[in-house]
Design a protein around this ligand. Structure first.
Ligand code: HEM
Length: 182
């Protein structure tokens, strides 16, 4: 019988990735609005270093989880829809999912590049690699700006995605069940 839901691993990865993205966006926008010194004034040096380490580490983890999720599609492709989507719904959902994947892959790579080029260390929990020496602060600043704009675009697409999810949940058309954990 054809599957009607994503595999359990795919569903678990969806919600783990969602949790990571919400946390990373919250930290990223805090860094962007306050700046490093502002974060330090608000939270103190120790907590600030932990926040930056966490943002970099969870960003790298996110990258690997998204790659894993994409690789898993080779073994368990997306299930067929129980109720066919309209042409417009199909175009919107395919475009939204494609953009989400592009941003989820591009944002960690962009963050890593911006960090390294600015001369800041790349950190993955206990492991650290020094940034480039000599650093290019100006290029780093531009890359961080693009990283921030990428975060805003990601947030906008996520709001659309979550809105669509809630709409399907209200309609009880089985689409939410495809991805829900239980
Ligand atoms: C940061 C948060 C999230 C990210 C990055 C994300 C990402 C994704 C991606 C990339 C897919 C496509 C899976 C595929 O390729 O087939 C997907 C599917 C789905 N997501 Fe999310 N998602 C997030 C949060 C949510 C939330 C909060 C909801 C519920 C309101 C939700 C509901 C769904 C549903 C129902 C599907 C299945 C759509 C279908 O089968 O056509 N997602 N999500």
């Amino acid at each position: 019988m054809a599957r009607t839901r994503y595999s359990f691993t795919q569903r678990l990865l969806h919600w783990l990735i969602a949790l990571l993205v919400f946390g990373l966006l919250a930290m990223g926008f805090t860094f962007w609005s306050l700046g490093f010194e502002g974060v330090k004034d608000t939270f103190g040096s120790e907590l600030t270093n932990t926040f930056y380490m966490a943002h970099k580490s969870f960003g790298i983890l996110l990258f690997f989880l998204v790659v894993l999720r994409l690789l898993l599609f080779r073994f368990s492709p997306a299930p067929e829809y129980q109720t066919a989507l309209t042409g417009t719904e199909r175009v919107i959902s395919t475009t939204t999912h494609l953009l989400l994947y592009l941003l989820l892959i591009g944002m960690p790579i962009g963050g890593w590049l911006a960090t390294s080029i600015s001369g800041f260390p790349i950190q993955f929990f206990g492991w650290a690699q020094p940034g480039l020496d000599p650093a290019d602060q100006e290029l780093g600043r531009q890359l961080f700006l693009m990283h921030g704009i990428g975060g805003l675009v990601l947030l906008a697409i996520l709001l659309l995605h979550i809105g669509a999810g809630l709409m399907h949940w209200k309609r009880k058309d089985g689409i939410m069940t495809r991805i829900s954990l239980p």
